[in-house]
Design a protein around this ligand. Structure first.
Ligand code: 7TS
Length: 399
């Protein structure tokens, strides 16, 4: 049996999405900007796909959705655009982010710091959540942008974007949210709160890899990223990724259709999985379940290196993660666990299980049995577990 529980890294392409994309490789392969039949037969599918993306986030027609190659690009773009529009021009020079943003935000912020921008990295609280009031405390008249993710990819923690958006609007500061882990897991409606820019990625909601998007509210600035053509309103030139855009549109439609299922049935399956995992002694989960996306569990097994657990799981055909795939080739501890102040040995023991609407009960029962066996085996040979003092403080609360 092969079991995929790493859906925060990427997801299987929905078969309906694949079907919808397929004709655009060997049949309808025209360049949409050409002046013949091959071009024109792509126009309606592209328009329809864009409408589905707009509808998925409730974006009004006058706002912009610019297609990119991935969320990393969307995130880089917003930050570098802010640098161009505000920092170089001397208008403002400060950006606020959380210290648990995805590396595509943190690394870009650090890059801009080297270019003279001031960056504030807000800490998370003991539940792994950013408190909106903290954003207010750090905004100054030099703050150009606040960028706080909607849902954290490691823990699934949902951040208070509504309140943060209100604070930014009140202080006249631009607000960007990386909604990569929110789409398809919680309702996303850009008209229901104050947001200026929002990042998405198709492969996180059963769409293809290599296509993402950046939403931008009407009247906001964005420096063109790629020059040389008129595509995407001149913001991002280059021949359109027709199959990718069609796929992203269909994936968005499917994700919205499946949202209730995700928020009820998948949540229930996740909760059952987590309850059973927490029956294993010395296990810890940071963020309370009701404050998380319905599909994610980040759990620590004291005394067991995350990588050892992954090895045992992988041998049984189960794919999980010790955190973001972007960082997991080195044996670093989990960044969220560190940010929360967990002691180093516990930060190294975190395993992320992320479910999807394709995850079955049978897969979860099998995984539970494998995890229990792995815990017994690995604790049996773990010197750190054997020597852990009684009543050892974890820095975390068990849930
Ligand atoms: N933002 C968030 C919140 C993410 O979780 C990821 C990918 C990205 C941006 C980057 O997306 P991409 O479209 O550029 O690939 N996160 C993960 C992860 O948690 N494990 O592997 C990739």
């Amino acid at each position: 049996m092969k079991i995929y529980l790493d859906n925060n890294a990427t997801t299987i392409v929905d078969p309906y999405v694949f079907d919808e994309m397929e004709p655009f490789f060997v049949q309808k392969y025209g360049n949409p900007n050409s002046l013949h039949y091959f071009a024109s037969e792509t126009h309606a599918p592209l328009k329809e796909a864009m409408q589905k993306i707009y509808a998925g986030i409730h974006a009004p027609e006058e706002d912009s959705v610019v297609i990119t190659s991935c969320a990393t690009e969307s995130n880089n773009w917003v930050f570098k655009s802010i640098y161009n529009e505000y920092v170089i021009t001397g208008k403002k020079n400060h950006i606020i982010i959380s210290e648990v943003e995805h590396p595509s935000i943190i690394a870009t912020a650090k890059y801009l710091e080297n270019l003279g921008c001031n960056v504030t990295y807000l800490p998370i609280n003991h539940e792994g959540i950013i408190e909106a009031d903290m954003v207010r405390d750090y905004i100054t008249d030099k703050t150009a942008l606040v960028s706080i993710m909607w849902a954290n990819n490691e823990t699934g923690a949902i951040f208070p974007v509504q309140e943060i958006g209100d604070i930014c609007a009140e202080k006249d500061v631009l607000f960007h949210t990386d909604a990569v882990q929110a789409i398809g897991k919680t309702p996303v409606d850009v008209q229901s709160f104050n947001v200026d820019y929002l990042t998405m990625s198709a492969h996180k909601f059963h769409g293809p890899k290599g296509v993402g998007a950046l939403y931008m509210k009407k009247g906001k600035e964005l420096t063109p990223l790629l020059h040389g053509g008129s595509q995407m309103g001149g913001y991002r030139s280059g021949t359109l990724n027709v199959a990718g855009i069609v796929g992203m549109g269909k994936a968005m439609e499917q994700a919205i259709d499946a949202l209730d299922f995700e928020m009820s049935d998948i949540r229930e399956l996740r909760d059952h999985f987590e309850e059973e995992l927490l029956k294993i002694p010395d296990t810890f989960v940071v963020t309370p379940r009701e404050k998380r996306t319905p599909n994610t569990i980040l759990i620590s097994f004291r005394g067991i290196e995350g990588e050892s657990m992954l090895w045992d799981l992988n041998r049984s055909g189960i794919a999980a993660s010790t955190g973001s795939a972007c960082a997991s080739e080195d044996l670093e501890s989990n960044p969220v666990m560190e940010a929360i102040g967990a002691e180093a040995d516990l930060a190294h023991t975190a395993i992320r299980f992320s479910l999807s609407r394709y995850t079955t009960e049978e897969e979860i029962e099998f995984t539970l049995a494998v995890v229990k066996e792995a815990v017994d085996r690995l604790r049996g040979i773990s010197s750190s577990y054997a020597y852990a003092p009684e009543g050892h403080e974890s820095g975390l609360e068990a849930h």
